[in-house]
Design a protein around this ligand. Structure first.
Ligand code: UVW
Length: 361
């Protein structure tokens, strides 16, 4: 897989220059509006500063057209899901056990920034009785960022990179180089919407980094490729077994804070950085996922960068990201390889999807 966009230290310096002041302020003053736990963020930043800036860098070079899927593609790495891939994934199903790896959706769950999740049942019951049999029914009314709250699948219209001046919509670039002008629409994205993403039925590999370290990772603590290799060894798995089109998942222990300490949960997180992102690109995975709200380390060890893994994987390579997952039952059963099954809600023009992903073993 082409990894030319994850460059060396030279580019790291260059990319730091193009990071604007707004983004710096965002990172240092607080990530998510009022919702940041300042202590956790400060701890993450301090930890990050101890780390050597040896990660591959963001490149400001154009990343389009996609070298494998072509200039008109809007399905990204979901194109890996072919009949052959499904049959290969099905070989991992041995005992027929289904594990829910998505969270329950509820108002009290942690949410990024000012996102909302408000469920109302209009009337109790909503309607009826109908007919001689006096049928009654309930509906629900849900006000939320439907693809970006709770367990959420990031689509290709979710993350882009501003390459020109503030407000220049011709230089806000998305997957396959599409511009903000080309894709944005008030009633849904005109391109890269969730209706283009194919359903996933693929091989899933779970890296239990929490077990490797013997503790929950800290906010700002980056998972390195060496950690992945050590986890594979501990779990009796082979790196070569992660194939093109597979999905990879990272357990950090951060999910233990879910609805127990939402401020800490939201105030940063451990996760993968650009080094593991490059590994994912080289491997040609279709999707990353984790037990945190971004899958990637926040704050990034390079404090000038905001969510660079999102940009590298989603925007530049069309690799999807599944957030706020839960792996406890899989880990309890020592199941680290499974069929990952998820059909994103095909809401036309949406940027992401909620839903109930499963792992089947
Ligand atoms: C952002 O939306 C910035 O992050 P996430 O994909 O983690 O919700």
């Amino acid at each position: 897989m082409d990894s030319r966009y994850l460059q060396d230290k030279e580019d790291l310096k260059k990319s730091a220059d193009v990071v604007d002041e707004e983004r710096r302020t965002f990172l240092t003053a607080g990530l998510v509006g009022g919702a940041v736990a300042a202590g956790a963020l400060a701890a993450g930043v301090a930890h990050a500063q101890q780390q050597v800036a040896q990660t591959p860098a963001l490149s400001d070079k154009p990343w389009w057209p996609h070298p494998r899927w072509g200039k008109d593609d809007q399905a990204g790495a979901s194109n890996w899901i072919t009949p052959a891939k499904v049959l290969d994934a099905a070989k991992l199903i041995k005992d027929g056990k289904i594990y829910r790896i998505g969270r329950v959706y509820e108002a009290a769950m942690p949410k990024f920034g000012e996102r909302a999740f408000t469920l109302r049942i209009p009337g109790t019951p909503t309607g009826g009785p109908f007919g001689a049999n006096k049928l009654i029914y309930h509906d629900e009314f849900l006000a939320t960022e439907i693809g970006q709250t709770g367990t959420q699948f990031d689509g290709l219209a979710h993350i882009g990179i501003q390459m020109g001046k503030d407000g220049d919509m011709n230089e806000m670039r998305w997957y396959n180089g599409l511009t903000e002008l080309e894709i944005a629409g008030p009633y849904g994205m005109k391109k890269l919407g969730m209706e283009h993403v194919k359903p996933f039925f693929t091989r899933g590999h779970l890296f239990d980094i929490e077990a490797l370290k013997g503790r929950m990772l800290e906010a700002g603590e980056e998972i390195k490729v060496a950690d992945l290799r050590a986890a594979l060894q501990k779990q009796n798995m082979q790196e070569a077994d992660v194939k093109e089109g597979d999905a990879v998942f990272f357990n950090t222990g951060w999910g233990k804070l879910w609805m127990k300490n939402n401020d800490k949960y939201n105030g940063g997180e451990p996760g993968i950085g650009l080094e593991v992102a490059k590994w994912c690109v080289d491997k040609g995975v279709c999707l990353t996922g984790g037990d945190c709200w971004a899958t990637e380390v926040v704050p990034n060890p390079d404090k000038n960068l905001a969510f660079p893994v999102h940009g590298e994987l989603i925007t530049k390579h069309g690799i999807f990201n599944h957030e706020n997952l839960v792996f406890d039952d899989l880990i309890a059963d020592r199941k680290y390889q499974f069929a990952y099954i998820f059909s994103p809600a095909p809401i036309k023009g949406a940027t992401g999807s909620n839903g109930g992903p499963i792992a089947v073993t």
